[in-house]
Design a protein around this ligand. Sequence first.
Ligand code: SF4
Length: 468
Amino acid sequence: MSELRRIPVPAKDPVTGIPAAAPKVGFVSLGCPKALVDSEQILTQLRAEGYDTAKTYEGADLVIVNTCGFIDAAVQESLDAIGEAIAANGKVIVTGCLGAKKDAAGDDIIMKIHPKVLAVTGPHAVGEVMNSVHLHLPKPHEPFFDLVPAQGIKLTPKHYAYLKISEGCNHRCSFCIIPSMRGDLVSRPIADLMLEAENLFKAGVKELLVISQDTSAYGVDVKFRSGFWNGRPVKTHMTQLVEALGQLARQYGAWVRLHYVYPYPHVDQVIPMMTGENILPYLDIPLQHAHPDVLKRMKRPASGEKNLDRIQAWRAMNPDLVIRSTFIAGFPGETEEEFEYLLDFLKEAQIDRLGCFAYSPVEGATANEIANPVPEEVREERRARVMLLQEEISAKRLQAKIGKTVRVLIDEVGAKEAIGRSAADAPEIDGVVHIKRSLVPGKKLVVGEFADVVITSADAHDLWASVA
Ligand code: SF4
């Protein structure tokens, strides 16, 4: 029996008295004192969560190897330790400096030499290591103490959930006080997001709604550093996150919907991923206005001039794309001419789903100091004009769907009809599909399941359908 020789870890905690049935993790700690501290933190977290430690490879349910990558001898010692753990146990997670090292070809050294390892992280990655442990050796469930399910407590129905990918915002839009309340952008580690998404899918979520203040900026604050998911490096970047979520959603037959996407250049790479199978062809992109001078006064991150071209290019790339946006009418200093420019933009852009708010002077917003505020009745009147125009646009776009077969996710089943949502309908903010209940056996509509329906009629907001 091979001993885990490098760090003596008691098999059982005499204080907490963790039961023998607790999952056991073997730990090999190599390298400098900084690596040792990482090991201590991981072991502390393992203990706090109810994992036990094993003295031998064979007695462990999984082995973590904390590596060193400083000099050649240390690299070799780390690679040998990983090989030994794989041979004796088979389930191995690698962390530490060697985990972050690449060879001359830019490939991950550990994965190349030991492709059987379950996950690899760099140093100082307690959270990512724990995520991998949870994935491959689920946390012991203590029914008397552990009252929180793996996916956390959710206020949404069981079949959809929000995934918040970051907090705060680096922009300073003059009408908004969010940065003063929540601070600058802080992106959540990609491994945490992927684990949360997986737990949600496992718990029955069929639609995952990605939210933040600025989804396109995900990872800017950490310089798009690489995290690890399923043993592979994944950048903290919107495109890689969407790609990884799409792959995960495919395994669970689920949808991913993107909200609060700003039209940064890399959004062009996301549009082709929106095939509708897992990443929905739905872009919630808050434009707020179209006139360049108003956008300048608003201090918006993306200028308006190119937005029309971008929208047209995206639709050419992906004709199924549904665009949702929000606008502000009557922003301080907005002239009638600037407002009409917005109406012309809306006529051209043919936004599918649109919300419009009359400007509201939030306390603390710098926009309140802008000259020539628009009187309240004019703000309201302009908002009404936008909504009237949008009603026409929306009705026309929804009419065009009549006769088409669309996939919906069922939200409710009533006595006479069921309510579903298609790729074009985010919960709470967009329209719904009213579906005539089918009496045909085998075509029963079930909450949280998908159904294919044929659109039979439409108004300016909702669709009506029967089961296909
Ligand atoms: S409105 Fe502007 S400042 Fe406010 S959260 Fe959005 S991008 Fe950031």
